[in-house]
Design a protein around this ligand. Structure first.
Ligand SMILES: [Zn+2]
Length: 492
């Protein structure tokens, strides 16, 4: 990686997505666009790994865990208002190695769908076997190398692939289980470095290196929580029960995901002719919810560790609206409020951040550069990137409304500080891991970017960028233009 970095483009401030969670972050980086109202505007359809599909009555609970075959719906559910990089490169062979998001790929490894899920299941439950991890990294890299050496075996002609994806899932599995300070996690990163060396050596040997750009990045960073908490009795006491389409249709809440950040779905006023539908609640419903008529906008802050809350205005549409923000100050219990307004017209999208009483939910106000955007005016994605990439909650003013525009996103988001993690997926608590990556702090939101290989790639240090810039930059190197949904900018 150092070799690629020393001759290519690199940035140590590449900002990923909101939320910094595996699959939504992958989709943004592989399409060059963000989520949004995927039916109506240029954007992709994946807001979370776990989400509630309210187009259905009763709603479906989608789960893209790597060990669940529902993951293969992701290629359809990305939607038709965006393209993967493999779809954008045009004619030519394309390969996708151990990457579920593979629309536009001529060759997919492993060939049988159940294989990849089974493989990740094995890795997940036996990750203590160091050799298994090392084998996994090597096997998938060997497969990629083979597509260059023997293209005829994988494609209809003997041309090498013009674009390929490869995903090393091992670093995520080891992060969650052993943590980012562990020896095995660090050894695994070194091993990934080694197999990238295998790719470079092989490309050099067969004479393709100078025609190749290798982009290396990550979907998210990481953090460590103090402990795993339990909140099942908290909800029971307040008359909140978990909805399940088969086991509990009467449930009045769905927690799609809650590790460090909670994504809550609640049921609005139901049409008596369609009792199993889940219309979105309005603010009044959230303030007077369930059999015990609780005010969720205050009550949920009683969950241990919670300190940030975001929810929609009632009048929001995909091209205009408001997201309300709250922060609870730990010692005093004081609540700081603010809001984000957004308006969009196709790719023209701008947001403004309005403070209540000059107090700032995200802490931008203390920074000389970021505070300049607290001027009650609308600002572009690039302006927010430039002003906040060096802070916690980078680009959040831009990214949060994009997430809420997706009809598959939740009604209310609650973020914890570092003290407690819950590991809840669709209402069920799973595992005792204290390592995750879903919060807005810099250590979760900032990833590295390296693009190197061909001598045509300029040597350039980029002070800040975003993961959606990778796709248009690679397309530019290929002489191709991006689909009209691409938000990222060319970094050359
Ligand atoms: Zn993860």
């Amino acid at each position: 990686m150092k070799k690629l970095l020393e001759n290519g483009i690199y940035s140590e401030n590449c900002i990923t997505d909101f939320p910094p969670i595996t699959y939504p972050a992958h989709v943004s980086l592989l399409t060059g666009t963000y989520t949004g109202n995927y039916k109506k505007e240029p954007s992709h359809g994946i807001p979370l790994i776990n989400w509630m599909g309210r187009d259905f009555s009763p709603p479906i609970l989608r789960s893209y865990a790597a060990t669940n075959l529902q993951i293969y719906n992701i290629n359809k559910e990305i939607g038709n208002n965006c393209r993967t990089i493999l779809e954008m490169v045009g004619d030519g062979n394309t390969a996708s190695i151990a990457q579920f998001i593979n629309r536009g790929s001529n060759y997919v490894f492993p060939e049988r769908k159940t294989r990849l899920a089974l493989y990740y299941l094995l890795l997940k439950y036996y990750p203590s076997v160091k050799r298994r991890m090392i084998r996994s990294n090597s096997v998938i890299m060997q497969k990629l190398v083979e597509t260059f050496k023997k293209p005829k075996k994988f494609f209809e002609n003997s041309e090498p692939p013009i674009a390929s994806l490869i995903w090393f899932i091992t670093s995520d599995l080891l992060l969650h289980k052993f943590g980012f300070e562990s020896r095995i996690y660090k050894l695994n990163l070194l091993h990934i470095d080694k197999v990238i060396g295998v790719l470079i050596d092989n490309l050099e040997k067969i004479g393709y290196l100078d025609d190749t750009a290798i982009a290396i990045t990550s979907d998210h960073g990481n953090y460590k929580a103090d402990k795993v908490g339990n909140i099942s009795s908290f909800f029971k006491q307040r008359g909140l029960t978990h909805y399940h389409p088969l086991r509990n249709l009467k449930g009045n809440m769905n927690i799609a995901d809650y590790s460090g950040v909670g994504f809550f779905n609640f049921k609005g006023k139901v049409n008596p002719n369609n009792k199993n539908s889940w219309p979105r609640p309005i603010t009044k419903d959230l303030q007077n919810y369930g059999p015990k008529r609780i005010n969720l906008l205050e009550e949920l802050f009683k969950i241990n560790g919670s300190h940030l809350m975001y929810y929609r205005d009632n009048e929001n549409t995909y091209n205009k609206g408001t997201i309300y923000l709250k922060r609870k100050i730990k010692d005093s219990g004081e609540i700081i409020k603010g809001r984000i307004d957004y308006h969009s017209n196709g790719l023209e999208y701008k947001t403004r951040y309005i403070l209540d009483d000059d107090k700032d939910v995200f802490g931008y106000i203390d920074d000389d550069i970021a505070s300049q955007l607290l001027d009650n005016k609308f600002h572009s994605t690039q302006e927010w990137l430039k002003a906040t990439y060096h802070l916690d909650y980078p680009m959040y003013i831009d990214l949060i409304p994009r997430h809420f525009k997706n009809p598959r996103s939740s009604d209310l988001i609650l973020s914890n500080d570092e003290t407690v993690i819950f590991n809840i997926h669709h209402g069920k608590q799973k595992g005792k891991n204290i390592y995750d990556h879903d919060r807005g702090i810099r250590s979760c939101m900032v990833v590295p970017l390296i693009i190197g290989g061909s001598s045509e790639i300029p040597h350039k240090h980029i002070p800040y960028c975003k993961t959606t810039d990778i796709v248009p930059t690679l397309l530019n190197l290929l002489g191709k233009s991006p689909h009209n949904s691409v938000i990222g900018k060319v970094l050359i």
